[in-house]
Design a binder for this molecule. Structure first.
Ligand code: PEP
Ligand code: MN
Ligand code: NA
Length: 616
């Protein structure tokens, strides 16, 4: 029988043919799957991606020729890209967890029976790659030399996806070798759903109005159709490293979380590693790369979006960033707010999607510089001037850039074991109620904080912006199974551990506003180092705290605000625990717990009752 890689159409161009060199050693399951998908989707040709520089050049040249990419004059090896205006964000209402039993998807996920979903999507995939190249993209999430490397193969008909996967994951020959060597791997099938007839001219961003982002957690498999955008299409990221990995983690006793990882060093050279969960577009990348405003403190970056946390032999929880790149929200990222992100992208090797183009061949977006350029081409391809009524860049426009280029990347990022986490921070975007920082009383109370996390929605997903919703552990769109079982898993992780070695859990809110004039009470960005310092000092028993009904907050004078100009009673308002606001929160939490239903661990109901009693 012929391997699928040889079933290419005769008109294929020679340089694109990259048939496996030693077919005999191919993982039989991989070859069978490639054949099966090719028979269904009928691409013109099949290419195994090897992750080489030559391949990158070929793919990006092809994207430039197709009008999808514009090469940037001002940044080396970098490209501007504008998507179809209807394909700009994750589509949560089209995202499905197809567990065998509906109750395993839980009340927070869309569910469809796996057989029904496969039947529906099989018809969508039939012939969907006609006229296109089918790429077989082997990748590894996390280090190749991990004890159990986490592999995957994405089959895709999108060159944009191949290029982006090379930035965002360890992609290519080495991953394929590990798969062929017998390592376990996840099947991730992706089609933009835009077959091309022989005489048809392609568009710059082909996609389909019908979209499905489907997960089969029991089979550890992903099927995505219709979108070329970010989290819908780069399947190693949200689909694998959060939804599928959270299901794996539940079965194996670890945590796959929507968290940044940073290293914090004090002036006394003590080092702590912190993981922090915030919903999309709430500043994870900024916090991960923060430049402390307090003298002598240093932040180094390990990750800005995803943390996999497993117990080490020493009983501590170790975090690894499975990703290889940053897929950051562009607007609001600038020399003032996140200079390290700017220095990262300056080095090139990046893809910018749905931002504006400058006349001299660079990119720009709102918040990059104080003064906008006098003229731009906006993300719709239209002329833009500072007088224009719409922003030049889509609010969810992104930079996609290698994390190794970050000037403050921690050495530990490159190691196989990850870093021992001292503190876990949960945070949301709330204009009221939630104080600047609160320390949990213990692990279970910390899980309660995470499970009841709330945040105003952002442009990172389609739908209304600014609506408060519960976003437990900032994982609402990413939990690959029943949210109640997920909370129980978090509780169990704590029960099974030596409490003295568990990370301490904190809750922060950089976004509280003055009810009088709507202004932010806390300056955020680099000043957030002051909150990190209090957190670390709490771990080391060096900072004072005040007990309140909701947890411990900084005692008067305990938060270092040296040299910080705060107006009036802004700090007091930022830290305040307002019993009335919290009493108003109780029925909302109760409602949320009712939504979770039977699977909600009773200990979280207990925590709610305790909170109610303490509030009096
Ligand atoms: C995305 O939106 O595609 C994405 C990868 O991430 P997030 O929404 O978490 O920013
Ligand atoms: Mn994210
Ligand atoms: Na998004």
């Amino acid at each position: 029988e012929q391997p699928a890689a040889e079933q290419s159409a005769p008109e294929q161009s020679a340089p694109e043919q990259s048939a496996p060199s030693s077919r005999a050693s191919y993982d039989p399951e991989l070859l069978a799957w490639v054949r099966e998908v090719a028979a269904l989707t009928t691409p013109d040709r099949i290419v195994f991606a090897d992750g080489s520089d030559e391949e990158w050049t070929r793919i990006t040249d092809k994207l430039v020729d197709a009008g999808t990419f514009t090469r940037l004059e001002k940044k080396p090896n970098s490209f501007h890209c504008a998507s179809d205006p209807t394909d700009v964000a994750r589509v949560e209402d089209r995202t499905f967890i197809c567990s065998l039993d509906e109750k395993d998807a839980g009340p927070t996920n869309n569910w469809m029976d796996p057989a029904e979903m496969k039947a529906t999507m099989t018809e969508l995939y039939r012939g969907s790659m006609r006229g296109r190249t089918m790429y077989v993209v082997p990748f590894c999430m996390g280090p190749y030399d991990a004890a159990n490397p986490m592999l995957g193969v994405e089959i895709t008909d999108s060159e944009y996806v191949v290029a982006s996967m090379r930035v965002m994951t360890r992609m290519g020959a080495r991953a394929l070798e590990l798969i062929n060597g017998g390592a376990r791997w996840v099947k991730a099938l992706h089609s933009i759903g835009a077959p091309l007839e022989p005489t048809e001219r392609d568009v710059a961003w082909p996609c389909n109005d019908t979209k499905y982002i489907s997960h089969f957690p029991e089979e550890r498999m992903i099927w995505s159709f219709g979108s070329g955008y970010g989290g819908n299409a780069l399947l190693g990221k949200k689909c694998y490293s959060l939804r599928i990995a959270s299901a794996i983690a539940h079965d194996e006793g670890w945590l796959a979380e929507h968290m940044l990882i940073l290293k914090l060093t004090s002036p006394q050279h003590t080092t702590h590693y912190i993981a922090a969960a915030f919903p999309s577009a709430c500043g994870k990348t900024n916090l991960a790369m923060l430049e402390p405003t307090i003298p002598g403190w240093k932040v180094e970056t390990l990750g800005d979006d995803i943390a996999w946390m497993k117990f080490g032999d020493d009983g501590r929880l170790y975090a690894v960033n499975p990703e290889y790149g940053l897929f950051g929200v562009a607007p609001g990222t600038g020399w003032g707010t996140n200079p390290n992100a700017m220095r990262t992208i300056e080095q090139g090797n990046s893809v910018f999607t749905n931002v504006a183009l400058t006349d001299d061949g660079d990119v720009w977006w709102e918040g990059m510089t104080d003064q906008p350029p006098a003229h731009l081409t906006d993300w719709h391809g239209k002329d833009w001037t500072p007088e224009s009524e719409t922003p030049s860049s889509h609010p969810n426009s992104r930079f996609c850039t290698p994390i190794a280029q970050c000037p403050i990347i921690a050495d530990e990022y490159f190691g196989p074991t990850g870093v021992p986490i001292s503190a876990i921070i949960f945070g949301g975007r709330r204009r009221d109620t939630i104080p600047l920082v609160t320390e949990s009383r213990d692990w279970q109370h910390g899980v309660f904080m995470g499970a009841t996390l709330s945040s105003e929605t952002t442009a990172a997903a389609t739908g209304k912006v600014g609506v408060v919703r519960r976003d437990p552990m900032a994982m609402l769109p990413f939990i690959g199974y029943n949210a109640g079982d997920y909370f129980a898993h978090w509780i169990n992780v704590g029960k099974g551990a030596d409490a003295s070695k568990l990370p301490k859990i904190f809750y922060v809110n950089w976004f509280r506003r003055d009810s009088a004039d709507g202004s932010f009470l806390w300056p955020g960005f680099g000043e957030n180092s002051r909150v990190l310092k209090w957190i670390i000092d709490r771990l080391d028993g060096q900072a004072a705290a005040e007990q309140t009904p909701i947890g411990h907050i900084p005692a008067a004078g305990a938060l270092d605000v040296d040299g910080l100009e705060l107006t009036g009673d802004a700090l007091a308002k930022a830290l305040a625990v307002d019993a009335d606001e919290w009493r108003a929160e109780l029925p909302l939490i109760e409602q949320w717990f009712d939504t979770i239903g039977d699977a909600l661990p009773s200990s979280l109901r207990d925590e709610l009752e305790l909170l109610r009693q303490r509030l009096g």
